[in-house]
Write a protein that binds this ligand. Sequence first.
Ligand code: 8YV
Length: 345
Amino acid sequence: MAEPRPRVWVSQPLIDAVIEPLRAQVELITTDEVTAWTAEQLAARLADVDGAIITLNERVGAAQVAGATRLQVIANVGVGYNNLDVEALSAAGIVASNTPDVLTETTADLGFALLMAAARRITESERWLREGQWGQWSFQTMLGADIHGSTLGILGMGRIGQGIARRGAHGFGMRVLYHNRSRLPEAAEGEVGAQYADFDTLLAQSDHLVLVLPYTASSHHIIDAAALAKMKPTATLVNIARGGIVDELALADALATGRLAAAGLDVYEGEPAVRPELLALHNIVLTPHIGSASLATRKAMVQLAADNLLAALNVDGAAARMPSAINAEAAFAARTASGDKSKKR
Ligand code: 8YV
């Protein structure tokens, strides 16, 4: 008798053209409407499936997988995976994956768009025009900061950081400084056109500072009042990483008091809620977490998540390698240790 097909849950409506063909290989449970799943609902959904494709909106930890005895794989649609408790998943023998690379250039584009919009006051200008204020024009109207020839700072020099560095150095003739846990090899620094700097030098010398580092316990509020006080009052701050990296109240205060010229945020600590202190400011550009939101890139992200899922579930019977597993070794070791044969590799 043929083995039953693995059962897979998809937590949100994603891209039908990629998800629907999966029905040929797995028993698919889709979600028709965007849903804010509670912790308990997530646990219930994960309890009787072999795999899940989820987004950053779903937080999965020990409590959500405690009853998920069949669950082998969680394919996260996103490069960041701070919504997952990877340690808890590994301990439960569940392998998790993310979607790196396919979104690098699209997200770097958005970082640059926010930088330019904030520094050149694009959205503020548009509001002013729509409000009919052009009649009040003066020679001093909407003066902003230059991008070309300025110093671009990048905090976090992974793939997206390098994409931003290239755009700054090679497109806009910027001097590019970066700070990262580990320094890039010299050849890579040369290729992207960036120089390493310590954290304080980066803060002090950047005309525009872009945050692209992962969100961890050590990057929580790394941009706080003390860090903001070290930046130039004419500087622009852009966050396309995770909201919790910035102390948003300290940022709102710095922008309101002229300690900092402008900011562009795509991510927020309590998203989808945005603090009223931020909404009240004129010198900030706010976008709703659209870093990877081009159609081609979102398709590629879902495809990569699906490829990871099918490989982990060994759907072709060919023990395919997951393209971007996060914790394969630890999860498989836990399966071996527990002698859990029902979770195939
Ligand atoms: C989200 C992101 O995945 O990849 C990430 O880490 O933050 C974004 O690309 C996207 O917004 C869908 O949740």
